[in-house]
Design a protein around this ligand. Structure first.
Ligand code: HEC
Length: 114
């Protein structure tokens, strides 16, 4: 009788806690920033001020407005499109050194969360 109650309580607690977890895996901000640092992204992008490139806040706002998403951000990181820097010069966008889809997705989601 006692074990049955304990089991029942444990089960209830488990489902209660599981219900608190978000449906999507949370963005790992530390990993995203580490990856961005390693790839010199912060040389041109800051979170909320314009450097050689737009801030991540600006990018995030633009993506929302144009209904772009994670996939488009990943393209920018991996395709080496020509971009115009704030000083008017043009160069090919930095290609990120990882091909791990999980790392790319996490960084894209982190950028777009601003
Ligand atoms: C040499 C400077 C420079 C570096 C380094 C750089 N970027 Fe950019 N990035 C830019 C510029 C400039 C733009 C703006 C492109 C435009 O609006 O045409 C941009 C745009 C973007 C965009 C938005 C694309 C869009 O469609 O508006 C994303 C996402 C992005 N960068 C991510 C990154 C990541 C991640 C890294 C590191 C791997 C990185 N950038 C490194 C200069 C840079």
């Amino acid at each position: 009788m006692k074990t049955k109650t304990t089991l029942l309580l444990t089960g209830t607690l488990f489902f209660a806690l599981a219900g608190l977890a978000p449906v999507h895996a949370a963005v790992d901000a530390d990993a995203a920033q580490k990856l961005a640092k390693k790839n010199d992204c912060f040389k041109c992008h800051a979170i909320d001020k314009t450097k050689k490139g737009p801030s991540y806040k600006k990018i995030s706002a633009k993506f929302k407005e144009k209904k772009l998403g994670e996939k488009d951000a990943i393209k920018q990181m991996t395709m080496g499109y020509k971009v115009k820097l704030e000083d008017g010069t043009e160069e090919e966008h930095k290609i990120i050194e990882t091909k791990d889809p999980k790392e790319l997705s996490n960084l894209a989601q982190w950028i777009l969360s601003h």
